[in-house]
Design a binder for this molecule. Sequence first.
Ligand SMILES: Cc1ncc(COP(=O)(O)O)c(C=O)c1O
Length: 386
Amino acid sequence: VIQVNMVALDRQHHALGTEIEAAVLRVLRSGHYIGGPGLAEFEAQAAAYLGVPHAIGVSSGTDALLVSLMALGVGPGDRVITPGLSFFASAGCIARLSAVPLFLDVEPDSYNLDPKALAHWCEAHPSELNRVKAMIVVHLFGQCAQMQSILSVADRYGIPVVEDAAQAFGTTYPLADGPRFVGTLGKLGCFSFFPTKNLGAAGDGGLVITSDGELAEQIRTLRSHGAKPKYFHGVVGGNFRLDPVQAAILSVKLPHLDAWNQIRRTHAVHYDEALNGLEGLTAPVCLYGRAHHIYHQYVVRLTGRRDALAAHLARHGIETQVYYPRPLHLQTCFESLGYLPGTLPIAEDAAKNTLAIPVHAQLTAEERAWVVQAVIEFFAPGRPMP
Ligand SMILES: Cc1ncc(COP(=O)(O)O)c(C=O)c1O
């Protein structure tokens, strides 16, 4: 049995340890523990990488979403459209502003917001549209949602789009004039640097990007309690600042991101080739070509046997994870919204029948082969290895 985990952050640190530790030490010795030159440096580096004029470091991906909705003026009673399948943060930040999440279904292949479901909802609810203040589109598992279709609906109804690109730093989307980084397609793009993300800090961290100078200024103000100038508060904000220690670590890691994402793609190619023919298993669908997917997660679908596969892999020392076991519209905290099981069938099906297997950038070829062997074993016990 080879132990294979969903992440191996110790290995990632080991590879860059000397540089990371020196960067942290520089912050400690600088005396700049809030803000400071290191934070500005990382923000400039991230803005240059993503090709946007404004990148604002914040305390987490969750706070990136929260502060973005605050900047768009989302408040009590407003509706915010968001997919039913995502990490809780996308919905939680809506509810925390006393607004109402309006959950729509996802596509069966990409698990991202279904543009048809969006168009249909907008057509079917003309009288409710004026209450919709924003939309959060999630780029789940490292692949961009169908942004052209989504943005055309959003534009038609004048709904500002916040991209939840927490799982998609470095993902691109093909446009007629060339690929564009996700996060740059809507009004605001939000990233998470949670340690397990493709670009992860050694703690919490996040980023908001925008090409709108006014929104950028508002977010900079909101992340320090809405103070402008210091101690004078025109609006109520919060403490949403990115820690300069984390910024320094991210500055060391960012130049390695493309290579790490490429390794994840290589794992995905191997998995696709080995697993796609297995009866009853569907490998993840790559909508726009391999180059536009960063495989934050490699999620397979197998109807009815997901938990059995997870248990089988666990017996072989292989960690797996379900993203997400309960869709957002059926969470207990949203019970009062009245969504019943069956409302978003695709999201609900994904919650029951999908499983993520290890695909991180530090996974070795030997570990990957062990995962493949164990999955094949599950479907065809006794079949020789390819
Ligand atoms: C899709 C999505 N949105 C938001 C978040 C929140 O990010 P954070 O954990 O940095 O607050 C995460 C990750 O944790 C996520 O996966």
